[in-house]
Design a protein around this ligand. Structure first.
Ligand code: ZN
Ligand code: ZN
Ligand code: ZN
Length: 374
């Protein structure tokens, strides 16, 4: 089951950094400032084991080679990162001013876009050292940089989706009634790892009334016959994310449960069919929302329809009202409408979808019908 993907090499990361620098130049930027987090992982493969207050900064200029400034104690770790061969590593020593060390790597003025995950203290430090530089957001200025995946990334996301699907096909065989949510959550985590995930990010098990809270994780509630149970799980496999949700019923559903599940199924399918290049992200949200609103449950659909996925399991772009940017081939995101009745139960169905020239393609394909478990 486990797909074997050759690890990305320094050449792969050099190509990504080159592409990012060209995109920055085309935007009129002088470069990018990248701190630990998903941008740094994507550009260099480097993920410091502990993110501390000590400045780590990749300076990606349009007119110079990439430079990675790290605390001296992190230098060996940084030098062993997969993309280390594509950057010049510089370090600074405790007791010195890291912003003084960073300043010569930038230009004295101009504009640099910085990672969303950069700590405010680092941006403030750079601003005080280089007051003439203008700073903006990488996500705002280069919204297509990470969201649009290449073939190697799509293969990883597809494999992660298949592993999550294999997990679902096994979890419906386990006993639910009489066990705690945390027991089923532990089963999900074990299965994700068995099917190849190196990291489990979440295993949400929302039984009965807990299913009405979209971000309920798993508690010590004992699952009962007659419960609807929302199962939302995912993590990273070969560095790329999975995230899928199915809602199951323990024993026979009531007519209301079946009806609500069917509305969510149709909403999810309708949003999926709305996917094609050039459609605004908000239109995918609207497609799902229209179905649920027309069925009378608009107030019970209390979250956006989807989020991007890549080297993390939640990232831009968001399928939400107000996001007018278009979807383009290679973009990958979730479609996960839901209906939630406070104090009673919830239903959500979620697949990861990629945009192709012809429309959407799912990376999750387990059955969308309401599965009955024991
Ligand atoms: Zn979420
Ligand atoms: Zn999810
Ligand atoms: Zn999701």
């Amino acid at each position: 089951m486990q797909a074997v993907s050759a690890p990305f090499t320094s050449d792969d990361y050099r190509a990504r950094m080159g592409m990012a620098a060209r995109a920055a130049a085309a935007e009129g930027l002088d470069g990018l400032l990248v701190t630990p987090g998903p941008d740094l992982v994507w550009l260099t493969g480097y993920q410091p084991t502990a993110i501390t207050e000590r400045l780590t900064l990749l300076v990606l200029r349009c007119d110079a080679e990439p430079q990675l400034l790290v605390p001296i104690l992190e230098h060996p770790d940084a030098a062993s990162a997969a993309g280390a061969g594509a950057v010049t590593i510089r370090d600074w020593r405790d007791g010195a001013d890291p912003y003084a060390a960073a300043a010569p790597l930038l230009t004295a003025d101009g504009e640099f876009a910085i990672s969303d995950s950069a700590w405010a203290m680092h941006l403030l430090g750079l601003q005080s050292r280089l007051p003439k530089v203008r700073y903006s957001s990488i996500t705002e200025r280069l919204p297509m940089l990470r969201p649009v995946k290449d073939a190697a990334e799509l293969a990883r996301l597809e494999a992660a989706g298949a592993a999550a699907d294999a997990t679902f096909r096994e979890i419906v065989k386990v006993r639910f009634a009489g066990r705690k949510e945390t027991d089923v959550a532990a089963d999900l985590a074990r299965l994700l790892r068995e099917f190849g995930h190196e990291q489990v990010d979440f295993t949400l098990v929302g039984s009965g009334p807990n299913g009405a809270n979209p971000h309920h994780e798993a508690g010590d509630r004992t699952i009962l016959t007659g419960d609807m149970v929302v199962l939302d799980f995912g993590g990273l496999m070969a560095g790329y994310g999975s995230d899928t949700t199915r809602t199951v019923c323990v024993g026979e559903p009531t007519a209301e449960m079946s009806e609500v599940h069917e509305i969510v199924r149709v909403a999810q399918q309708t949003a999926f069919e709305a996917v094609r290049p050039g459609v605004a992200c908000q239109d995918i949200d609207r497609a799902a929302r229209r179905i649920i609103t027309e069925a009378g449950y608009g107030d019970e659909f209390i979250h956006r329809t989807g989020h991007g996925i890549g080297v993390t399991t939640h990232e831009p772009p968001y399928m939400v009202e107000g996001e007018v940017r278009p979807t383009v081939p290679g973009m990958c995101f979730s479609i996960e409408p839901g209906i939630y009745f406070a104090g009673r139960f919830g239903v959500r169905i979620e697949d990861i979808v990629t945009v192709t020239a012809d429309g959407g393609r799912r990376f999750n394909d387990t059955d969308h019908g309401l599965a009955i478990v024991e």
